[in-house]
Design a protein around this ligand. Structure first.
Ligand SMILES: Cc1ncc(COP(=O)(O)O)c(C=O)c1O
Length: 447
């Protein structure tokens, strides 16, 4: 019989192969989370921590939201599962209508997936299907960007730009992918918000179009703000330029808004925040407040119409989908989240808290080992000076901060900070104070 409270260390830690984790060191000194309420989480040693990354961008509404729990419970009691192929249930249509109200322009066609990675794969496949349906089947290339994270499936790691994610899997990457340079320039030191320089880096897309033939390119995919490599905020005008080049060559523009979607920038999507409308947009994480896995792809009507109208009457129009595409429990969670977004005017709440958060974050600039800080909306990255090898300093700081009661993720030597939108100013203060303490403790021990 398993321990139902799951408050202690299980009898064996051996069998679970943990993702993106140093399994060997974790199993010697585990960090098990046992409870989460509001903006706080508790670990198996009874220590309380403030959740400074919203469960890695998943839980902007905080933990333990009764409205979501009740909606899920009710849904499970009535209808626990529906096979999503050739049949459906009303909730997923209701949710699609609600999502389409928030998406920019006419990105009104909503395809459900299981997570961010499957949303990205779906977006790539839709691009190919669209071009094929309009007689442009030769468009097979994708343009990605250095320092991008687009999830862990083959398409996503191919268009992504993080070397550790591709080194081992180089032999199975998708063919035809070309990368633009990332937008983080050496002069972007301690820049709050959008950097003034670097918009011309978008011309990399034009160069690629020239070098490889624009007529062969299906789509260009970017995160409006690169989240996983530490909040790389787009230079002013950069995304507009990408849009112009895509329009010129009939290349689809995909925004991966798995992190930036649902208010992180202060607008529903970064697309609206920066005034640039993509052709396809992905989302996940905050869609259900992270509680049930769900990914979403929003697509322009023209793309949907082209694909759907190219198939014979009665035929399946696109051979793509997942067993868990828009299952009732995920839909119920997402609908409850939509209600909270509306009732609590949540995107404005994020917008209003942003300058307080960014001021706090940038106040850490004076700490010895802090090399750079970036931030936009309610997301920020703190670069810690590398020690010996990449990632060592970041992980050490993470552990020191964990000890002093602030929880977040470090990617390489960058600390990813993204407070829940339901934070009050006192919570932001607590995050910043504890970050200072944890980083200073690392400074003392590393000397
Ligand atoms: C921009 C972006 N795309 C895709 C993904 C993959 O999402 P998931 O882990 O839900 O598959 C992530 C995850 O962090 C992400 O940040």
């Amino acid at each position: 019989m398993s321990d139902r409270s799951r408050a202690g260390i299980p009898n064996s830690l051996q069998e679970h192969w943990m993702p993106f984790t140093s399994n060997k060191s974790f199993k010697k000194d585990p960090r098990l989370i046992t409870e989460a309420k509001g903006v706080y989480i508790k670990d198996h040693k009874g220590r309380t921590q403030i959740d400074a990354s919203s469960g890695l961008f998943c839980n902007p509404l905080g933990h333990g939201r009764k409205e979501i729990i009740n909606a899920i419970t009710k849904q499970l009691e009535t209808l626990d599962f529906v096979t999503p192929f050739q049949q459906g249930f009303g909730g997923s249509f209701e949710l699609a209508t609600k999502i389409a109200k928030h998406t920019p322009g006419d990105l009104n066609q909503i395809f459900y997936t299981i997570c961010g990675s499957t949303a990205v794969e779906t977006a790539l496949k839709i691009s190919i299907a669209y071009h094929k349906a309009r007689g442009q089947g030769q468009r097979f290339r994708f343009v990605g960007r250095e320092r991008a994270y687009h999830g862990m499936n083959i398409g996503g790691i191919s268009v992504g730009g993080m070397v550790n994610n591709v080194k081992t899997f180089a032999s199975i990457l998708m063919p035809g992918v070309v990368h633009m340079r990332h937008t983080h320039l050496p002069e972007h030191k301690f820049v709050k918000g959008q950097p003034q320089t670097g918009a011309e880096l978008a011309n990399d897309l034009e160069r690629i179009a020239t070098n490889f033939g624009a007529e062969n390119i299906a789509a260009c995919i970017v995160e409006p703000i690169s989240g996983s490599t530490g909040t790389l905020v787009p230079p002013k005008g950069y995304l507009n330029k990408l849009r112009e080049i895509c329009d010129k060559h009939d290349i689809l523009l995909i925004f991966d808004e798995v992190i930036t979607g649902w208010g992180r920038t202060g607008s529903a999507f970064a697309a609206q925040e920066y005034g640039v409308t993509p052709d396809i947009m992905t989302m996940a994480k905050a869609t259900t407040n992270g509680i049930v896995p769900m990914g979403v792809v929003a697509v322009k009507e023209k793309i949907y119409d082209t694909i759907v109208n190219s198939a014979p009457e009665g035929a399946v129009e696109m051979f793509h989908g997942y067993t868990y595409s828009g299952i009732p429990v995920a839909v119920a969670a997402a609908l409850a989240v939509q209600d909270i977004f509306e009732k609590e005017d949540i995107f404005n709440r994020a917008k209003n808290l942003s300058s307080y958060f960014l001021d706090g974050l940038f106040s850490l600039k004076d700490i010895d080992c802090v090399e750079n800080i970036r931030g936009y909306g309610l997301m920020g990255g703190i670069d810690i000076k590398m020690s010996e090898k990449p990632g060592k300093a970041g992980f050490s700081v993470y552990k020191e901060c964990y000890e002093v009661g602030v929880n977040f993720k470090a990617t390489g030597d960058c600390l990813i900070v993204a407070p829940p939108f339901v934070c009050e100013k006192k919570h932001i203060d607590e995050i910043i104070e504890k970050l200072r303490k944890g980083i200073n403790n690392y400074n003392k021990t590393s000397k």
